[in-house]
Design a protein around this ligand. Structure first.
Ligand SMILES: NC(=O)c1ccc[n+]([C@@H]2O[C@H](COP(=O)([O-])OP(=O)(O)OC[C@H]3O[C@@H](n4cnc5c(N)ncnc54)[C@H](O)[C@@H]3O)[C@@H](O)[C@H]2O)c1
Length: 327
């Protein structure tokens, strides 16, 4: 079976590539390295980087001919390539993110409609849920609550529109498609760039770089929470979705509990990194949704999926990777 992973040089894509390349799948990766990195994937065992990596911008419509050729005999497309970043980047670049993600999705889905692709799996996001359902750490969301839609950000809207476009295309061309709606993913091979990184890598990096007893500035009150999900759990969900038939078109992937940023910072400072640090919560900065987590019943019933990695274990793993990278 031939699989194409778009965005395969990124955090989730490279974890999935590592997992699937050991299972004997033939895999190609398309990524323009906007946030992905060659070093995330060029030494993966049982995978030939030189012949199977394509540095192509999926938001450029001029690449259609090239992409039709590359994707010619692909059986399954796992579509992860979109602009995703930390909250500061997302709220400061709303129009660009909306435009680029919609262009990427329209391009790649249109190309798929011209080919004999058997299955498409798309990475959706919990940011697409209505903002008025994300008001507390105990908001447990179900797929049926996606509509009426009112995501908080252009990023959430773009991913929801991608999900809808995929479904309309699948209906017309009789394709098998599913969107896995992911909560907050973290883990090794994450982006640590201070401008674009998400909350866990951003805080870990800041703590590593601070002197003992230095001040850590954290955006928002710290009372806001996220349902953190280790990247290996996400790779596992995509593998299950790849290998199972007749799965629902929307499946939420995330834990059924939410961790406040205050608690996250405490665990990082006291249990994982173990460095004396003073914390300042900067309430002049945006904090995004107040809280949400997943009712993952559909994932469990259709894929047999549940989260396996506990947060502390996942944070150790992520910290060790970031530390080795910075060193
Ligand atoms: N990280 C999370 O918390 C999270 C949560 C929900 C959903 N998702 C979704 O999962 C997918 C993967 O996210 P990730 O966390 O691995 O992020 P990532 O940024 O590491 O991966 C996305 C990849 O897409 C590539 N890309 C971006 N624009 C492109 C373009 N125009 N052409 C080709 N490639 C392009 C990037 O270079 C990157 O390698 C994204 O679709 C994202 O929206 C992520």
């Amino acid at each position: 079976m031939k699989i194409c992973i778009t965005g395969g040089a990124g955090m989730i894509g490279s974890a999935l590539l590592r997992k699937l390349s050991n299972k004997g799948y033939e895999i190609i990766v398309i990524d323009n390295l906007w946030r992905g990195k060659v070093e995330n994937i060029n030494t993966i065992e049982n995978w030939d980087f030189n012949n199977n990596f394509h540095n192509i911008d999926l938001s450029d419509t001029n690449n259609e001919e090239k992409l039709l050729k590359i994707l010619e005999s692909t059986d399954v497309l796992i579509h992860l390539a979109d602009i995703v970043a930390g909250i500061g980047y997302v709220f400061n670049n709303q129009y660009e993110i909306f435009k680029i993600n919609n262009t990427i999705n329209t391009n790649i889905f249109s190309i798929c409609s011209k080919l004999n692709i058997k299955k498409i799996l798309y990475a959706g996001t919990a940011c697409s849920f209505p903002k008025n359902l994300q008001l507390s750490l105990t908001s447990i969301l179900k797929e049926s609550q996606l509509f009426p839609a009112e995501p908080e950000s252009a990023y959430g809207w773009s991913k929801l529109i991608g999900t809808m476009e995929l479904q309309y295309m699948a209906e017309k061309y009789k394709l098998n498609v599913s969107t896995l709606m992911l909560h907050n993913v973290y883990g090794p091979y994450c982006d640590t760039d201070p401008k674009r990184s998400q909350v866990i890598p951003s805080i870990i990096r800041k703590i590593i770089e601070l002197e003992p007893n230095g001040q850590l500035d954290v955006w928002g009150s710290g009372n806001q929470g996220r349902a953190f999900l280790h990247v290996d759990d996400v790779a596992n969900a995509f593998q299950l979705a790849l290998e199972k038939d007749d799965i629902p078109q929307i499946i939420q992937i995330g834990p059924n509990h939410c961790t406040s940023i205050k608690h996250l910072v405490n665990v990082l400072i006291n249990d994982v990194i173990k460095k004396p640090i003073n914390v300042h919560f900067d309430t002049t900065k945006p904090e995004g949704d107040l809280g949400r987590c997943a009712d993952y019943t559909i994932a469990n019933e259709s894929l047999g999926w549940s989260p396996q990695l506990d947060l502390k274990e996942g944070l150790f793993d992520t910290y060790n990777w970031i530390k080795s990278k910075i060193n």
